[in-house]
Ligand binder design. Structure first.
Ligand code: GLP
Length: 257
């Protein structure tokens, strides 16, 4: 794991956006795994700015989103379809046919999950998977006790996640769907690079457990310790509980060319 601690969320989002833009510059047909939530918003703004200000080309990029709620109409403002369209896709020149988001309204969800895994394989696998983290250590919607061998499937959200996400649903937990489709942890681990972002004090415990705690299904993000190319880009607040923070900063400052 490479732990990159930057002064604030803006600097961290810029650094993460640069990694993604460098990848697409070198591999214009890159396959990107994308995430939702508040965390990647500033990164998406950087991508939009790259497209608007420097005509950065996303026309050959393919995307796979991590997850989607079950039963929310796609046009619901809090569906992840709507989120991605509103916060990224409609502002860049990505081809609609290259966008993949799990369909939470599929008639046969089990078959859809199997097809989603196959579509990732058919695209050649994910080059870079962007991740946020839940306050309980979840990635995608892989809640605590998710198997490290899990694949795209349905999950039931924890009450904590429902509470955390209620802010997007008029602050009413009763409006948050209880079920979702999410890429599994094994699916995520297959990405050639995993890039996890976390900002703010509310993520400090989850980050400490992910980076320095034992591998545990109770902290799904700790599975990233098994990933040969995982980068954790965080702000000072999210880094607050890391015992080895000094070392990570020293290592980053002295990174070989
Ligand atoms: C949701 C998403 C995750 C995201 C997490 C954190 O549950 N399914 O992919 O990482 O929330 O969200 P936020 O970035 O808003 O803190």
């Amino acid at each position: 794991m490479e732990i990159i601690i930057l002064p604030d969320a803006a600097a961290a989002s810029k650094a993460a956006a640069q990694i993604l833009l460098d990848l697409v510059t070198h591999k214009p047909d890159a396959v990107l795994g994308l995430a939702t939530g508040g965390t990647p918003l500033a990164l998406y703004s950087e991508l939009i700015a790259a497209h608007k200000d420097h005509a950065f080309d996303f026309s050959r990029v393919t995307t796979f989103n991590l997850d989607e709620y079950i039963g929310l109409p796609e046009e619901h403002p809090q569906s992840y379809h709507a989120f991605m369209h509103e916060n990224l896709f409609r502002h860049i020149n990505i081809q609609p046919a290259r966008i993949h988001i799990p369909d939470g309204n599929a008639a046969d969800i089990k078959a859809h999950c199997i097809a989603y895994e196959q579509a990732i394989r058919d695209a050649g696998g994910v080059d870079l998977q962007l991740l946020g983290i839940g306050s309980d250590g979840h990635i995608g919607f892989n809640e605590p006790t998710s198997s490290f061998g899990s694949r795209t499937r349905t999950k039931t959200l924890t009450r904590q996640t429902i509470k955390d996400n209620a802010r997007f649903f008029e602050d009413d937990p009763a409006l948050v769907p209880k079920h979702c489709i999410t890429m599994g942890i094994a699916t995520i681990l297959e990405a050639r690079c995993a890039l996890l972002l976390a900002f703010g004090k509310g993520k400090a415990d989850a980050i400490a457990a992910t980076v320095e705690g034992p591998l545990s299904a109770m902290i799904p993000a700790s599975a990233l310790q098994l990933h040969p190319n995982a980068k954790i880009i965080i702000d000072q607040d999210a880094a607050a509980k890391l015992t080895f923070a000094d070392y990570y900063q020293w290592a980053y400052a002295n990174k070989p060319e």
